[in-house]
Write a protein that binds this ligand. Structure first.
Ligand code: ACM
Ligand code: ZN
Length: 561
C-alpha cells in the first residue's frame, strides 16, 4: 500500500471508532463467568474469519451476526484473518461458548450451533442497541475487552404461545422467535389446537381447518355467555409450519407442537362430530373456559384420528417431544359426557375400571398411554400438562407442571422428568401492574416482573429429585390478547426475567443488576420494533397498546376469574 493510502486507511479506522466508549456490561441473561478489562475492539469494518470445520448452521448464525454489523454500521466487514475469529472447540458442551475480546481481536469458540448462536447474541447485547435495527447508525461500534465462559443452568428453556384463542401470523410468530433467540431460549411450545380454533392443516382431515379453524364470535370481556358475533379464525398450512420449524432450528430453537387431548377438542368435534360421545352437533366454541365436550375415549375412531393427525404432525415437527395436552378434560359443573356414554362405559368395563370419582382419570390414563405408545413407537416422547399425573401415568412421560409447583414436585419425586411452568410465576397472561384500569384488559391474576424473576424452580423439591427438573417455561394464553403489540407487551420484559431463571445459576441472579440492564434491553426492543411493558418503571401500559373502549372499562367492574 502506498503511504498516502496507508494514511487514508488509518484515518478511516480512526473515524470508525474514534472514541471507543463501550457500554457497561448489560447482557441478559447474565453470562456465567465474565471478566471485563480495559480497552475495546472496533467491529465496524472488522475482518471476520471462521474455521473450515464450522457446520453450515453455525456458519449461518455467524453470517447473520456479521450482516447485522454491516447493516447497523453501514460498513462491509472483510473476510480475513486478524479480527473476529469463530472457532470450533469440541471440548465445549453444545450450548456452551467462550468469547475473548482484546483491542486487536475477538475470538469466539463453541462446539455446536447453539453455542455459536448464544455467543453472537451476547456480542450483540454488548454493542449499541442499534445492532438490532435495520438501518445504519452512527455510534461507538466497539465491544468492551472481556473474557467470557458461559453455559445455561437448564437444558429446557421454553416459551409457549397460544395462537388459537387469538391467531398470530407466521411473520408475527417469527418475531416471537427473534426475541426468544435474543434471550437464549431454546424451546418454542406451539399450542396448535383448542376448543375455539384448530390451527394445523391436516391433509387427511380437511374439515379440521375448513370448519374447525373458524368460530362465529369471540367472548366480550368477562361476559363468557356472550360473544361479538364476528367470525374469527385462521390456520397454518403444513408448509408454513415447516417454515417456522426451519426458522427456529437455525436459531437453536426446537418447536414442540401441542395437540391437546382428550379435552380442548371442541373445534375438532365441530368438524368431525362422530368423534364425540353424543355425536353432536357441535360448534367451534365461542366461550372461554373448560368445555364439557371432549373426544369419546370408547370410540376406536378417535385413535385412528389422533394417530393420523400425529403422523402428519411428526412429518412437520422433528422434535423428540410431542405435547399431548391432557389439561382440563372434565368440567364437573357442565357435566362429563364419558359418564353417560355407552361406548365409554364399555371401554371402562373392558379395562376393569371401577366406578367412582377416579374412573374418568383412569380412562384418561388409557387414552394418554395409547397415544404415548404410538409416539414412542415412532421414536418420540410425550410431554403433557400435570393432569396426566392423576391416576397412573406410564413411565417415560414428562410432566409440565402448571397448577402451581406441587404437581411438578410430586412428579419429580416419582421419577418423572418435569418442566416447571407454574401459574404463580410463569403465566404471562396475568396483569403486570396493580392498577388494572390503566392496563390492557386481561384474564386476571397479578404477576409483576420482580415476582417472575424471584422464581426458584428447586424450591420445595424432595432432595435428590432436582435432576428431574429439565427446565422452566412461561405460557402465554391469548383469550384477551388480540394483537401482536399486546402479545409483546405481555411477553416483555417478563421473558427477560424468565431467561435469567432458565440460564443463570442461582448465585448469579441479582434483581438490582438485572433491573439496571433493562434500559439497554428496552433500547434493543425499540431497535427490533418490538413492544414491551414499562410497568416496572411505573409507566402503566395503556399508552403502549391501543386505547380501551368504554365497554372494556365497564367490564373492569367485574371480578377477575
Ligand atoms: C392450562 O393452563 N390449561 C395448561
Ligand atoms: Zn364416549
Amino acid at each position: 500500500m502506498k503511504p498516502f493510502s496507508l494514511l487514508l486507511a488509518a484515518l478511516f479506522v480512526f473515524a470508525a471508532c474514534s472514541q471507543p466508549q463501550p457500554q457497561a456490561f448489560h447482557v441478559i441473561p447474565m453470562p456465567a463467568d465474565v471478566t471485563v478489562s480495559d480497552g475495546s475492539f472496533c467491529v465496524k469494518g472488522a475482518a471476520v474469519h471462521f474455521d473450515d470445520d464450522l457446520d453450515e448452521a453455525s456458519m449461518g448464525a455467524v453470517l447473520r451476526f456479521v450482516e447485522a454489523i454491516e447493516t447497523a454500521t453501514g460498513t462491509q466487514c472483510k473476510w480475513d484473518e486478524g479480527g473476529m475469529t469463530f472457532r470450533v472447540n469440541p471440548s465445549l458442551a453444545s450450548e456452551q461458548y467462550s468469547i475473548n475480546v482484546t483491542p486487536k481481536s475477538v475470538t469466539v469458540e463453541a462446539s455446536a450451533l447453539n453455542g455459536f448462536v448464544y455467543a453472537c447474541e451476547t456480542l450483540k447485547q454488548m454493542l449499541p442497541a442499534a445492532i438490532y435495527g435495520k438501518e445504519a447508525v452512527k455510534a461507538d461500534w466497539v465491544l468492551p475487552c472481556v473474557s467470557i465462559l458461559d453455559q445455561p443452568r437448564f437444558a429446557y428453556r421454553g416459551m409457549h404461545l397460544d395462537p388459537c384463542r387469538h391467531f398470530f401470523t407466521i411473520e408475527e410468530t417469527k418475531r416471537y422467535l427473534d426475541v426468544m433467540t435474543a434471550y437464549k431460549l431454546n424451546r418454542f411450545h406451539w399450542h396448535l389446537t383448542e376448543d375455539q380454533g384448530w390451527r394445523m392443516e391436516v391433509k387427511a382431515y380437511p374439515k379440521l381447518t375448513e370448519v374447525g379453524a373458524w368460530r362465529n364470535g369471540t367472548v366480550i370481556k368477562k361476559d363468557w355467555g356472550s360473544n361479538d358475533g364476528i367470525r374469527y379464525g385462521g390456520f397454518y398450512t403444513q408448509e408454513e409450519m415447516k417454515e417456522i420449524v426451519d426458522y427456529a432450528a437455525k436459531r437453536g430453537i426446537i418447536v414442540i407442537p401441542e395437540i391437546d387431548l382428550p379435552g380442548h377438542m371442541v373445534a375438532a368435534l365441530a368438524a368431525y362430530p362422530e368423534l364425540g360421545c353424543t355425536g353432536g352437533p357441535y360448534e367451534v366454541w365461542t366461550r372461554w373456559g373448560v368445555a364439557p365436550d371432549i373426544l369419546c375415549a370408547g370410540n376406536e375412531k378417535i385413535y385412528t384420528f389422533l394417530e393420523t393427525v400425529l403422523t402428519e404432525l411428526m412429518d412437520i415437527f422433528p422434535s423428540e417431544y410431542i405435547h399431548i395436552g391432557g389439561d382440563e378434560a372434565f368440567n364437573e359443573e357442565m357435566g362429563i359426557p364419558w359418564e353417560h356414554c355407552p361406548k365409554c362405559a364399555a371401554k371402562m368395563r373392558e379395562l376393569s375400571i371401577k366406578k367412582g370419582p377416579m374412573a374418568k382419570h383412569y380412562l384418561q390414563n388409557y387414552v394418554t398411554a395409547r397415544i404415548q405408545k404410538f409416539l414412542n413407537d415412532h421414536g418420540r416422547k410425550i410431554i403433557g400438562w400435570d393432569e396426566i399425573l392423576e391416576g397412573d401415568l406410564a413411565e417415560g412421560a414428562t410432566v409440565m407442571s402448571w397448577r402451581g409447583t406441587a404437581g411438578g414436585i410430586k412428579a419429580a419425586a416419582k421419577g418423572f422428568d418435569v418442566v416447571m411452568t407454574p401459574t404463580d410465576y410463569a403465566y404471562f397472561d396475568y396483569y403486570q401492574g396493580q392498577e388494572r384500569d390503566k392496563e390492557p384488559f386481561g384474564i386476571g391474576g397479578y404477576l409483576p416482573l420482580e415476582k417472575v424473576y424471584g422464581y426458584e424452580p428447586y424450591n420445595g423439591m424432595v432432595p435428590g429429585s432436582e435432576k428431574h427438573i429439565l427446565g422452566v417455561q412461561a405460557n402465554l394464553w391469548t383469550e384477551y390478547i388480540p394483537t401482536p403489540e399486546h402479545l409483546e407487551y405481555m411477553l416483555l420484559p417478563r421473558m427477560c426475567a424468565l431467561s435469567e431463571i432458565q440460564w443463570c445459576a442461582p448465585d448469579k441472579k441479582d434483581y438490582a443488576r438485572f433491573d439496571a440492564s433493562l434500559d439497554h434491553t428496552f433500547a434493543i426492543l425499540d431497535a427490533m420494533g418490538v413492544n414491551y411493558s414499562l410497568d416496572c418503571r411505573g409507566l402503566v401500559g395503556l399508552d403502549r397498546i391501543p386505547a380501551r373502549s368504554p365497554e372494556e372499562l365497564a367490564q373492569l367492574e367485574k371480578p377477575a376469574w
